[in-house]
Design a protein around this ligand. Structure first.
Ligand SMILES: *[C@@H]1O[C@H](CO)[C@@H](O)[C@H](O)[C@H]1NC(C)=O
Ligand SMILES: *[C@@H]1O[C@H](CO)[C@@H](O)[C@H](O)[C@H]1NC(C)=O
Ligand SMILES: *[C@@H]1O[C@H](CO)[C@@H](O)[C@H](O)[C@H]1NC(C)=O
Ligand SMILES: *[C@@H]1O[C@H](CO)[C@@H](O)[C@H](O)[C@H]1NC(C)=O
Ligand SMILES: *[C@@H]1O[C@H](CO)[C@@H](O)[C@H](O)[C@H]1NC(C)=O
Ligand SMILES: *[C@@H]1O[C@H](CO)[C@@H](O)[C@H](O)[C@H]1NC(C)=O
Ligand SMILES: *[C@@H]1O[C@H](CO)[C@@H](O)[C@H](O)[C@H]1NC(C)=O
Ligand SMILES: *[C@@H]1O[C@H](CO)[C@@H](O)[C@H](O)[C@H]1NC(C)=O
Length: 672
C-alpha cells in the first residue's frame, strides 16, 4: 500500500542493490513524501513553505530542516524528500495533507548489459531521415551524464538557444562553462539522495560529466550533431540518419557509474527538466512490478505529460516472455527494441578454404586481415592466464552468455576472438573493441571440427561486411520486454519498437500540430485511474489535482491500439465473462486536409469477428473530431489462441494517409 512506506522490490533493468539506511539508533531513512496540495492551509503562500513547516513540525525543530530535506519537488511530485526517524515519520503521517510516502531506494542499472550497452545500430537505420524534425526541440535525457567534448555536441550551424529555455549548466571541476553550448544547452547532476543513502560514498565526479558512457551514447544518438557522422566507423555509411541534428540537448545526471541512482534523485531530475522547459524527456530506465501510484517514473512523468512534454521510456530487457515489460504507463511512450534489416558480418575463412559467417561490428581492419592466424579452442574462456598464453592466436570460446568471455579476451589482450554463442543479448556485444565475431551455435561445429581434425588449424578474419535486406526485419529483439503491461493491462504496450532502446521516431515539435488535446487527455487518464479502482489518495499521488470525480470511470482509454482479454475456455470475448462482445470507443481528430473521408480496413483476428461502426469517417474541417466503435466478437465454439493479432486501418479515400492501429486478443492473465 502506498501509505506503508514499505520497502519496494525493484526488479528488471534496474535492480536494487540495497536499501542502505543508516543503522544509527534512531533509524533514520530517506522518504519521498507525497502531499495533497488541496489541503494546504490558506496561511501558506506557496507549497514550499507549507512543506518546510510540515517537515519542521514532524522533526520537532525547524533548525534541523536544512539537514533533513533533500529536495522540494515543484512539478514531478507534490511533496519533498527528506530524512526521518520512524517516530518522526509517524508524526508526519498525522500532518494535514499527508498522502503517502515511499522509502527512497538505491537502484542500479543491470550491469549484465553495461557498460557494453552501446547502440545496436549507431546509424539508427534511417528512422530520422527528415532531420528538420528535430529543429529546436529540447530533449532532456535522464542518464549517467555527458562527455561534452564529443563531436556529437558540436553546435556549429545551430542558432541561438531557444529563448524559452530556463535551464542551467552546472559547472564544476573539469566541467567548465564551455562544456555547454548551443547544442548541449543544459547539464545538471543529482546526488543528494544517493549520498543520503550511503554517506560514505565518494562520487568519482559530481559534475554532469559522464563517467560511464551510457548517457553520452543515449543523448548523442537522440540528438547528436550531424558532425559526428552517424555511421559507426566504416559500417553502413549514410550519415546523420537516426539523429535529430537540430535538436538541443540537456543532460540530467541521476545515474552514477558503479552506484546506480536514488529514486529521490531521479524524481528531482524529471522535476528540474519540467521546470527548465524541455519538450522531450528520455529515460532509458524503468522499474518493474509497481502499481502506477507507487512507480516514481509513472508519477513524475504524469506532470511532464500534463505540461505537453513528450516522454519516452524503455520497455526493459526481460524478453522474450510475455508480461514482463516495465514503464507500461499509459501517458508515456514505451519503446521496445527491434532489429534492423541489415546484418554486420564478419567472414571467417578456415585454413582449408571454407567460410563461416559471424556477426560483428568491430570497427578496425583486422589484425589478421590478409593473414592467417592460428586457431585455438579455449572452451568458456574463463582462464585469463590461459588466454594470455594464447594471445597471438584467434581464440575460440563457446559460451551461453557473452559478457564475461568478451571481457576476458579484452583483459588478456588476445589478437582476435570468435564466440560461439546463442546469447539473446548478442546486440549488446557486437561493437567489439578488438577483432572478434559471434558465431551461431549452428555454425560453431564447422570450426570446432576443423580444429579437431587439423594439426595446425588457422583462419583469417575479414570485417566490415554489411549485408542489407536481412529478412524478416525489423523484428522485435529477443531480449526486449513484451507486454502486456502489468501496471496497466488495458493499454497495449509497448507503443513502438526502435533499434536499441532509444526513441528515434518523430515527436511533436510544434504542439499545435499534435493531435493531443491536453485537457481531454488529462480527463481520460483520470477516468482510467478511477476504473483501475485506485483510491482517491492514490490517484492524487499521480494526478496532483485537487478534485477527482470518478463518475465516468472507464478502462477504455482513448488510445490508438486495442487489447482484449478473454478466458482461455470461454466462447465469448471480454474479461467480464458473459459478454458476447468487447467494445472499444475511440475519438479521432482530423489533422490532415480539411475535407477527407477515411474508410475502415480490418485485418481480422483469428478466432474473432471484428467490426467497426461507422465504417466511414467523413471530415469537413481541420481538427474536427469523430468517434467510432470497434467490436470484437468471439467466434463461438472456437478455442482461443494465447494471443492473436489483427489491425484496424483508416484509409483516406484519396489514398494519401493510412492510420493503422494494432488489435490484440489474448488469454494472458495480466496483473501485478
Ligand atoms: C561509514 O564508514 C564508517 C567508518 O568507516 C563505518 O563505521 C560506517 O558503518 C559506514 N557507514 C555505512 C553506511 O557504510
Ligand atoms: C589456467 O591456465 C593455466 C595455464 O594453462 C593453468 O596453469 C591453471 O591451472 C589454469 N587455472 C585454472 C583455474 O584452471
Ligand atoms: C574434439 O576432440 C576432442 C577429443 O579429441 C573431443 O573431446 C571433442 O568433443 C571434439 N570436438 C568436437 C567438436 O567434436
Ligand atoms: C572431424 O572430427 C570430428 C570429431 O571431432 C568428426 O566427427 C568429423 O567427422 C571429422 N571430420 C572430418 C572431415 O574428418
Ligand atoms: C507551429 O505553431 C505556431 C504557433 O502555434 C503556428 O503558427 C505554426 O503554424 C505551427 N507550425 C506548423 C508547421 O504547423
Ligand atoms: C474494480 O472493481 C469493480 C467492482 O468491484 C470490479 O468489477 C472491477 O473488475 C474492478 N476493476 C479492476 C480493473 O480491477
Ligand atoms: C461524465 O460524462 C457526462 C456525459 O458525457 C458528462 O456530461 C459529464 O460532464 C462527465 N463527468 C465528468 C466528471 O467528466
Ligand atoms: C480450461 O479448460 C481446461 C480443460 O478443461 C482446464 O485444464 C484449464 O484449467 C481451463 N483454463 C481456465 C483458464 O479456466
Amino acid at each position: 500500500m502506498a501509505n506503508s512506506c514499505g520497502r519496494l522490490l525493484w526488479l528488471g533493468a534496474l535492480v536494487i542493490v540495497s536499501t542502505i539506511t543508516t543503522t544509527s539508533a534512531d533509524d533514520v531513512a530517506t522518504y519521498i513524501i507525497h502531499m495533497d496540495s488541496a489541503a494546504m492551509p490558506a496561511a501558506f503562500s506557496d507549497r514550499r513553505s507549507w512543506y518546510l513547516a510540515t517537515l519542521a513540525a514532524a522533526i520537532s525543530g525547524s533548525s534541523a530542516v536544512g539537514d533533513r530535506i533533500l529536495y522540494v519537488y515543484e512539478h514531478a511530485v507534490h511533496g519533498f524528500s527528506a530524512r526521518f526517524s520512524q517516530a518522526q515519520l509517524a508524526r508526519l503521517k498525522q500532518s494535514r495533507g499527508f498522502l503517502a510516502c515511499h522509502v527512497d531506494a538505491l537502484v542500479k542499472k543491470d550491469t549484465t548489459h553495461t557498460p557494453a550497452f552501446l547502440g545496436l545500430t549507431a546509424d539508427g537505420a534511417g528512422l530520422w531521415p527528415v532531420s528538420r524534425f528535430g529543429d529546436d526541440a529540447i530533449i532532456g535525457v535522464v542518464d549517467t551524464g555527458v562527455w561534452p567534448e564529443s563531436a556529437s555536441f558540436s553546435d556549429d550551424s545551430l542558432g541561438p538557444v531557444p529563448p524559452r529555455w530556463r535551464g542551467a549548466c552546472e559547472i564544476g571541476p573539469g566541467f567548465g562553462p564551455s562544456a555547454c553550448n548551443r547544442k548541449l544547452i543544459g547539464a545538471r547532476s543529482f546526488f543528494k539522495g544517493l549520498l543520503a543513502l550511503d554517506p560514505n560514498l565518494t562520487l568519482p565526479d559530481p559534475t554532469p560529466r559522464d563517467d560511464e558512457g551510457h548517457g553520452t551514447h543515449t543523448s548523442s544518438t537522440a540528438g547528436g550533431s550531424r558532425a559526428d557522422g552517424a555511421a559507426f566507423f566504416g559500417y553502413s555509411p549514410g550519415k546523420a540518419t537516426g539523429v535529430a541534428p537540430w535538436a538541443r540537448l540537456a543532460m540530467y545526471k541521476a545515474l552514477w557509474s558503479g552506484f546506480g541512482g536514488a529514486t529521490s534523485d531521479i524524481i528531482a531530475a524529471v522535476d528540474k527538466a519540467i521546470a527548465d522547459g524541455v519538450d522531450v524527456i528520455s529515460l532509458s530506465l524503468g522499474i518493474d512490478d509497481l502499481a502506477l501510484y507507487q512507480d516514481p517514473i509513472a508519477i513524475a512523468t504524469f506532470a511532464a505529460v500534463d505540461q505537453g512534454i513528450f516522454v519516452s521510456t524503455s520497455a526493459g530487457n526481460e524478453g522474450p516472455f510475455d508480461g514482463l515489460l516495465h514503464n507500461g504507463t499509459p501517458w508515456v511512450t514505451t519503446v521496445g527494441a527491434s532489429t534492423v534489416d541489415r546484418t554486420f558480418v564478419a567472414a571467417v575463412t578456415l585454413g582449408e578454404g571454407s567460410v563461416v559467417l559471424g556477426q560483428s561490428l568491430y570497427p578496425g581492419s583486422s589484425a589478421s586481415k590478409h593473414r592467417q592466424l592460428p586457431l585455438v579452442f579455449l572452451d568458456q574462456c574463463d582462464n585469463i592466464t590461459l588466454l594470455k598464453n594464447n594471445r597471438h592466436k584467434i581464440v575460440i570460446c563457446k559460451v551461453a552468455e557473452l559478457g564475461i568471455a568478451v571481457q576476458n579476451l579484452q583483459i588478456a589482450k588476445v589478437d582476435a576472438g570468435l564466440f560461439i554463442s546463442g546469447d539473446i543479448f548478442l546486440e549488446f556485444y557486437i561493437q567489439f573493441t578488438y577483432p572478434a565475431a559471434i558465431i551461431s551455435p549452428q555454425d560453431g561445429p564447422t570450426i570446432l571440427n576443423y580444429i579437431n581434425n587439423t594439426s595446425e588449424p588457422k583462419a583469417m578474419l575479414r570485417f566490415k561486411q554489411t549485408v542489407l535486406g536481412t529478412k524478416p526485419a525489423p523484428v522485435v529483439a529477443t531480449y526486449s520486454s513484451r507486454g502486456p503491461s502489468s501496471s496497466c493491462p488495458s493499454v497495449l504496450k509497448p507503443d513502438i519498437v526502435a533499434p536499441g532502446s532509444l526513441i528515434l521516431a518523430a515527436w511533436p515539435t510544434n504542439s499545435s500540430v499534435g493531435v493531443a488535446d491536453g485537457n481531454q487527455l488529462y480527463k481520460d487518464y483520470l477516468e482510467l485511474l478511477c476504473a483501475m479502482n485506485f483510491t482517491i489518495p492514490q490517484i492524487k499521488i499521480i494526478a496532483k489535482t485537487t478534485s477527482i470525480d470518478c463518475s465516468n470511470a472507464t478502462l477504455d482509454l482513448n488510445y490508438p491500439s486495442f487489447i482484449a482479454y478473454f478466458d482461455a475456455n470461454a466462447t465469448s470475448a471480454g474479461s467480464s465473462g458473459g459478454a458476447a462482445a468487447r467494445q472499444f470507443r475511440r475519438r479521432v481528430t482530423n489533422v490532415g486536409d480539411p475535407t477527407a473521408t477515411y474508410r475502415a480496413e480490418i485485418v481480422q483476428i483469428k478466432g474473432f469477428t471484428t467490426s467497426v461502426v461507422p465504417e466511414r469517417l467523413v471530415f469537413t474541417e481541420r481538427y474536427e473530431k469523430q468517434s467510432f466503435t470497434l467490436i470484437l466478437e468471439k467466434v463461438s465454439g472456437r478455442k482461443a489462441d494465447t494471443e492473436s493479432h489483427g489491425s484496424l486501418s483508416w484509409v483516406e479515400e484519396k489514398g494519401k494517409y493510412v492510420v493503422r492501429s494494432p488489435i490484440v486478443g489474448t488469454t494472458f492473465i495480466p496483473g501485478l
